[in-house]
Design a protein around this ligand. Structure first.
Ligand code: ZN
Length: 460
């Protein structure tokens, strides 16, 4: 981290005289640089993970997180702080155990995937069939799979942009439904992760319409590789699996909203989002307390510098992890409102390394200003079209809202993602502050911009 701190120091020492020639650029730069000593994002991340802890959607813990958030955002001076409630189905983890019973008896570390079905309380024992990927599972004849425990592996590696999650995550997202359709007794997968801790990675999967829920779990990566070695010995492999999760029915969740009202009621809303819920095993520091800290800290810095032209709306969404229920509810309630721009922080708290937008060519001056303001933080401009993030996805799709992505370095994100290891100690203060500075610069520019901000046509 020391190297990075040095880079930041050098960056902020760039010739300010050149920037000062442009009053607007100087205003943005001053706000950005002041945010490099931010304490608010850390305070929120530390407070939420300590005073609430894990915040599984629809539980009493998530309700406490909403109450904590309302009190916090009010105390910070935001306006229109409120909860917008909704209900959603809640799945609860039970006992989770597995052991190889043949040919080499030994225990395995695993965890149930969201919405997993249950085994009998005494467990189920069956032969295991191994697949290199979901495509291989899909191609297998039903007769070969019926009654077996399916094991699906993958080859995900760590990348800065985290893009392999999309590709290899199919084992978790689609694997259980495919296995169930083929009559499998259960499915276990190699965790969708990149670390070698003996921590399995949970995550949501939803059985397709009409597909019977079967037990579905993820092995830690060391355990998956152990199982791979056992398979290489060429003998039939049997596993005893015990998972006792249950569906508990519909419960209340909700989005927490706060605003900085703008001076121009016709200028619209800049929406900044994160999600308040977390998985149940860690304290959800990286995913996504830090995101909530970052967006609220940036909004606070803008508010404290004087009333912005556009309204800033903070969305701390509920129930993201288990199916983006908060994002869907937000879109349902707020479709048709004048959203000028939307952005979300939900990829940890490591440094932002590039940004992208979905702006049309007509909005190029705004993008140029973003590029100039973000460059001193070591942030490059990507030609990719911004996607926007899970919780703002529904409003982007329904209303064609323009998105800005401030992309964090994801190299270690999938070491921690959805594991018990997602805890406060993983947050690096220098990098967290760089995030706040980038978000503050982005908000300073987009709340003030007088140019039209219009989305380019969606690619096919
Ligand atoms: Zn997240």
């Amino acid at each position: 981290m020391r190297l990075f701190a040095t880079a930041l120091l050098c960056a902020t020492a760039l010739p300010l005289t050149a920037l000062a020639q442009d009053t607007e650029a100087a205003r943005v730069a001053a706000l950005r640089d002041a945010a490099l000593t931010d304490t608010i994002a850390w305070d929120i991340t530390e407070g939420l993970t300590t005073e609430v802890g894990p915040r599984m959607a629809g539980t009493e813990a998530e309700a406490r997180a909403r109450a904590w958030s309302v009190a916090k955002l009010k105390a910070m001076g935001f306006a229109n702080v409120r909860v917008e409630p909704f209900t959603m189905p809640v799945w609860e983890r039970g006992e989770e155990k597995a052991e190889i019973t043949a040919p080499f008896p030994q225990p395995l570390m695993l965890t149930a995937l969201g919405n997993s079905g249950a085994t009998p309380a005494r467990g189920l024992t069956a032969e295991v069939l191994r697949f290199e990927n979901v495509e291989a599972l899909e191609a297998a004849p039903d007769s070969a799979v019926r009654g077996k425990i399916v094991y699906v592996t993958h080859k995900m590696t760590a990348t800065q942009d985290g893009s392999q999650y999309g590709q290899f995550g199919a084992a978790r997202r689609q694997g259980p439904s495919i296995a169930s359709r083929k009559g499998a007794a259960a499915i276990i997968i190699r965790s969708i992760g990149t670390d070698y801790n003996r921590n399995p990675h949970t995550g949501v999967q939803s059985f397709a319409e009409g597909v019977k829920p079967i037990p579905a779990a993820a092995l830690s990566i060391p355990d998956a590789e152990q199982l791979d070695r056992v398979f290489k010995r060429g003998k039939p492999v049997r596993i005893k699996l015990t998972l006792t999760p249950r569906q508990t029915g519909n419960h209340e969740s909700g989005n927490v909203i706060a605003e900085v009202p703008g001076s121009d009621p016709n200028a619209g809303i800049v929406l900044v989002a994160c999600h308040l819920d977390s998985w149940d095993q860690g304290t959800g520091a990286f995913d996504d307390a830090a995101g909530c800290g970052i967006v609220a800290a940036a909004a606070k810095h803008i508010m404290d510098a004087g009333q912005p032209r556009r309204t800033i709306r903070i969305l701390w969404a509920g129930a993201e992890e288990v199916g983006i229920f908060g994002g869907d509810d937000y879109a349902k309630r707020h479709t048709g409102e004048p959203h000028a721009v939307a952005a979300e922080s939900d990829f940890g708290a490591d440094r932002i390394w590039q940004f992208s937008t979905s702006f049309d060519a007509v909005s190029k001056p705004v993008v140029d200003r973003l590029a100039a303001a973000l460059a001193p933080l070591g942030i490059g401009r990507s030609a990719e079209r911004a996607g926007g993030g899970a919780d703002i996805g529904p409003i982007i799709r329904s209303d064609g809202v323009v998105a800005i992505d401030l992309s964090q370095d994801g190299t270690r994100y999938f070491d921690l993602h959805h594991t018990p290891n997602d805890t406060l100690d993983k947050i690096d203060l220098v990098q967290l502050r760089q995030n706040v500075a980038a978000w503050t610069a982005m908000l300073a520019i987009t709340t003030a911009a007088t140019e039209e901000m219009r989305a380019s046509p969606r690619p096919n």
